[in-house]
Design a protein around this ligand. Structure first.
Ligand code: G6P
Length: 369
């Protein structure tokens, strides 16, 4: 049966809205809230195996690589395992340092991206353990792995990935908690608290989706912009990259992403009245630093768009446009802050009359190098 768009104009919009369901399914059967435990049986992982891991190398392309950048923070913060993120097309030719105590973790919606598969093969040759987080059941990246996590996103048709971005964020969070538990790096209370936070995710995402009507007029204002600069820090730095990628892919507006702390090392020179700055500034440990970046952008005449937490009293004085998100545990905030940026890119592209689901020059799955 062909996938249907139903009430939506495009698959991308439908898939953005399917995230509540996808994230509910992602948690189902994996999270034992009563005992504060995570179960990921298809990883084939026990305490001995978990304790052996000295390094994790996440490898992926595109949106999946941005999920990996958040995953690095989860794996380091929660499981205390040194973690690198490497773009698959780089990893495969880099002569990487990998051994039997390294896990190569591939993330892929399709499970058929040529560079990601080649990166896995490179890891295999060098004796690494291979894991994957994959959406397409039975795909190559699932079959060749020693263990895998099956994304519960369901089929994704739109070329620009949305629900296959947020699902692996939750998968990576669960993986970090499981590894932290097996390696004994988490206290019982920490583990229970992290697991309890997961329960909030589907509802938090739903509350972002409920604000779609507020995003449409912002998209209308910005749809003729020539450039945009996306800034984030810490756990939300990868969301700047993902938000900018969404805008580029489907609206063809040039968008650049930067870790906000790098502004003074170059990009601030670009900021004037013709360079809108989009800052991701929820209430996380980097909030004060983001506020001062927004002040600096404003002082240079840039129009400011800010992703902010409901109830924030400082952002309204600084922002020309605000994307409100609900208050949430900061480690999980990327799953929330990305939602308005997906909708923003979608509505800009739709208002520009572009082919949202099949953007020019792009393929859903890149199966050749
Ligand atoms: C293509 C798609 C992107 C996707 C990337 C990786 O470039 O257009 O949306 O993020 O491939 O795909 P994968 O299937 O490996 O996640």
């Amino acid at each position: 049966v062909a996938a249907e768009k139903g009430e939506f104009r495009h698959f991308m919009q439908k898939e953005i809205h399917e995230q509540v369901r996808a994230l509910t399914d992602t948690l189902a059967g994996r999270v034992d809230f009563d005992n504060g435990k995570i179960r990921l049986p298809q990883l084939n992982l026990d305490a001995e195996g978990a304790k052996k891991i000295k390094k994790i190398i996440i490898t992926a392309c595109g949106t999946a690589a941005h999920a990996g950048m958040v995953g690095k923070i989860y794996l380091e913060r929660i499981a205390r395992i040194p973690t690198e993120v490497d773009i698959a097309s780089e990893f495969r030719y880099r002569d990487p340092i990998v051994d039997a105590d390294t896990v190569v973790l591939a993330i892929s919606q399709s499970g058929e991206t040529a560079d990601t598969l080649a990166a896995m093969e490179e890891g295999r040759q060098r004796g690494a353990k291979l894991w994957s987080i994959v959406n397409a059941i039975g795909s190559q990246a699932m079959r060749v792995a020693d263990g895998f996590i099956s994304m519960q996103s369901g089929p994704e048709i739109g070329v620009a990935s949305t629900k296959a971005f947020t699902a692996p964020l939750v998968d990576l969070f669960m993986l970090a908690v499981l590894l932290g538990d097996l390696r004994g790096t988490l206290s019982e209370k920490e583990r229970f608290d992290l697991v309890a936070d997961l329960r909030l995710v589907p509802d938090l995402v739903g509350r972002c989706l409920d604000r779609e009507d507020e995003i449409i007029p912002i998209a209308r204002k910005m749809k003729d912009a020539a450039h945009m600069l996306y800034l984030g820090r810490g756990v939300n730095m990868p969301i700047a990259y993902e938000g900018a990628l969404k805008l580029k892919e489907i609206s063809y507006i040039h968008a650049e992403a930067y870790p906000a702390g790098e502004m003074k090392h170059g990009p601030i020179a670009l900021v004037d009245k013709d360079m809108p700055v989009l800052a991701i500034a929820p209430l996380d440990p980097w909030y004060e630093k983001m506020i001062s970046q927004i002040e600096q952008a404003k002082a240079r005449g840039g129009s400011t768009l800010v992703v902010a937490t409901e109830g924030d009293t400082r952002v309204p004085d600084l922002a020309d446009h605000i994307f409100w998100v609900p208050k949430c545990p900061w480690l999980l905030s990327p799953i929330v802050t990305v939602i308005p940026l997906q909708m923003f890119a979608y509505h800009i592209a739709a208002q520009r009359g572009l082919d949202v689901d099949q953007p020019r020059n792009l393929a859903k799955s890149v199966t050749v190098e």
